[in-house]
Design a protein around this ligand. Structure first.
Ligand code: HEM
Length: 196
């Protein structure tokens, strides 16, 4: 699906010329945006977070916390909760982020998706991060064919390489892939006159 979406940008650019992209082109990649959100739901780059209380308090569910206590929450576990995502919560399904017209929509409950935290402490680089991820994904997919080595699963089944838990979520042994260079010119970002 991502390649199909990408091909809509490439039809006007023969392979020998650079693929000229604008910010609006990147914005229009709804399926890629959804696939990134879905990847981070299952594999959040910041998998666990912690807060300490400045005073005695009572959490919305009635849990009592004393001054100086730590309250941790697992973004990784939240991304796999049936109560938040439904019975297909363990499936990789970018469509859950798209409305009937295929346009990206935010998660129903923004506090159920804390990949970039939420509320007043929402990550200030969120939009920039999506922009960078989309740009890199487009550039790589345009120029290379990538095949996961060792059977990474089918589109219906979630690819689940082993991860090691730390402050950031790292793949334990990396993800071996076979890379084949395609005979195409590189991607250019028009506004920045930048070759990716
Ligand atoms: C996929 C990429 C990224 C992820 C998953 C991410 C995630 C997060 C998370 C979870 C927090 C909350 C930390 C906390 O309060 O415990 C945060 C805060 C923040 N992030 Fe990001 N981030 C990403 C990229 C970026 C980028 C590219 C920038 C800047 C260029 C950025 C700038 C910030 C800043 C300034 C805060 C502090 C916001 C505040 O506390 O008011 N982040 N990010």
């Amino acid at each position: 699906m991502i390649l199909k979406e990408l091909s809509m940008l490439t039809t006007s650019s023969p392979d020998i010329r650079p693929l000229n992209l604008t910010f609006d082109d990147l914005k229009s990649l709804n399926y890629l945006h959804a696939a990134l959100s879905e990847s981070m739901r299952l594999f959040p780059p910041v998998p666990i977070s912690s807060r300490s209380t400045v005073d005695d308090d009572i959490l919305p569910d009635g849990t009592y916390v004393r001054k100086g206590w730590f309250v941790d929450y697992s973004v990784y576990a939240m991304g796999r909760m049936e109560s938040l995502w439904g019975c297909d919560c363990r499936e990789f399904k970018p469509e859950r982020w798209l409305n009937d017209n295929g346009v990206y929509q935010q998660a129903y409950d923004p506090f159920g998706y804390l990949v970039f935290n939420g509320g007043l402490r929402l990550c200030m680089g969120k939009d920039l991060a999506y922009f960078q991820m989309k740009l890199v994904a487009v550039a790589v997919m345009h120029e290379f064919e990538i095949e996961v080595v060792g059977g990474g699963g089918t589109p219906e089944r979630m690819v689940d390489p082993p991860y090691s838990l730390s402050l950031l979520l790292n793949m334990k042994n990396g993800l071996p892939v076979r890379v084949k260079k395609r005979q195409v010119a590189p991607v250019m970002l028009q506004e920045l006159r930048m070759e990716i």
